[in-house]
Design a protein around this ligand. Structure first.
Ligand code: GKR
Ligand code: MG
Length: 416
């Protein structure tokens, strides 16, 4: 079963004005779709990040894997690494793994289609038939500002969320719609006391719900210590309160809270130091940069070895990624926390046919059909590719976007 062609399609899709420590989400989010065309007309699907570096990497990787067996994942990875070259440090390796990932996912999808087996079975078998996700809350402007005047007009369907009341309202919408049973707040946007008040308001409105707060390293150690002490036992875990393994280790020592990260442990090469320094108690895996589904499963085994918990990171994404996340989460016993997903924010522009991945009761039933269990909507893919081509956007720039409306915005962290 030989790979005969690799088709890389950059896409763009609508994204609401979500705030984070880096700035503001632009009106379009970028991703890439990979199609591996294998003997017998089988097409495997993969989804990766957007951005020019990744697209260039995927385009370079494609010809290197043509002619390989779709079952030879090690050979495919070696061929990609050889063609990409680059350094040997953790971040260079992470960048190569980000190129390998959507191809590896597409290879798994093709393998599953050939064998008539779901991807979770190829990964060792689903240990859960439903994968829980968390309600991922964002501070949010009412709508994207007019690009010329900067005026914010009529609110979009989500409305504004810049106060504790607005955040509770947003949580209510997401929970009513999807039945989520745990909540994450993207923080690092407003002064910490306002964000503490938002978490308290959520705790009151949704008693017993596990709550997480993630300021993406926007706080100093002192601020993180104070927030940690004030919120303490309300939190399920405290995600990236500060930057770096040393800072995280200090916050852990001062607060005793379980710290989670998708920022300071983003490659296997970081795990050893994190363990030695007791910097993190939960790693948010993400197959998009840990090197695909098998590597994420391997990360689960490493976490188990060191008694580290595992959750899952998300970025703006569509349904191929959601399917891949669901299969790997189902097949990773250590991944016991509800996964993050941005999907509710972006699903209207999905490029897979509806129906296969519904979030109900806060969870997604693991698809049982062959491969990832999702079907590409070719027209939708073409539509979102056209959106990409027609836009000038080629890389994500949250800071540049917010500066158009708030010229004094300084992305330097820590901010508070
Ligand atoms: O989409 O604004 C966002 C998030 O802040 C994202 O970029 C982060 O990578 O969700 C992520 C996180 O958990 O840090
Ligand atoms: Mg995070």
């Amino acid at each position: 079963m030989i790979i005969r062609d690799v088709i890389v399609t950059p896409i763009a899709f609508r994204d609401p004005p979500l705030l984070n420590a880096a700035g503001l989400h632009e009106p379009l989010a970028l991703r890439s779709v990979v199609r591996l065309v294998v003997d017998g007309g089988i097409v495997g699907l993969g989804e990766g990040g957007g951005g020019q570096q990744l697209i260039r990497g995927l385009e370079a990787a494609g010809p290197a894997v043509v002619g390989k067996s779709v079952f030879d994942l090690n050979g495919i990875e070696a061929a990609i690494n050889a063609v990409l070259g680059g350094g040997d440090d953790a971040l260079a390796r992470r960048d190569r793994r980000a190129v390998f990932s959507p191809i590896e996912v597409a290879a798994h999808d093709a393998q599953g289609k050939i064998l008539g087996l779901p991807v979770s079975t190829l990964l060792g078998g689903a240990v859960r038939d439903r994968v829980p996700y968390s309600a991922y809350l964002f501070y949010k402007w009412a709508a994207h500002p007019d690009p010329v005047t900067g005026e914010i007009g009529e609110p979009d369907a989500w409305g504004e969320a810049v106060t504790p009341e607005g955040i509770v309202r947003q949580a209510r919408t997401l929970i009513d719609r999807y039945g989520f049973e745990s909540i994450k707040l993207k923080a690092g946007v407003f002064p910490p006391d306002e964000e503490i008040a938002a978490i308290r308001a959520l705790a009151e409105a949704f008693p017993g719900y596990p709550l997480r707060i993630d300021p993406n390293g926007a706080w100093s150690i002192e601020t993180a210590e104070r927030v940690g002490r004030e919120l303490g036992s309300i939190l399920e875990y405290f995600e990236d309160p500060v930057l770096g393994l040393d800072g995280m280790s200090e916050v852990r020592a001062r607060t005793g809270l379980p710290l989670a990260t998708n920022m300071c442990v983003v490659a296997f090469e970081h795990v050893r130091e994190a363990v030695e320094k007791d910097s993190v108690q939960i790693i948010l895996g993400d197959h998009h940069y840990w090197g695909g589904l098998r590597r994420t499963r391997e990360l689960g085994a490493i976490c188990e070895t060191f008694g580290i918990g595992m959750s899952m990171h998300s970025n703006s994404h569509l349904g191929i990624s959601l399917a891949a996340m669901t299969h790997v989460a189902a097949a990773t016993p250590t991944l016991t926390y509800a996964c993050d997903t941005h999907y509710p924010w972006n699903r209207e522009d999905d490029i897979v046919r509806p129906g296969a991945l519904e979030i109900t009761g806060g969870a997604i039933a693991v698809p049982t059909g062959p491969g990832l269990g999702v079907e590409l909507d070719e027209d939708a893919l073409e539509r979102q590719h056209r959106v990409y081509l027609d836009s000038a956007q080629r890389d994500r720039d949250d800071a540049g976007y917010i500066r158009r409306f708030q010229p004094a915005f300084d992305p330097q962290l820590p901010r508070f």
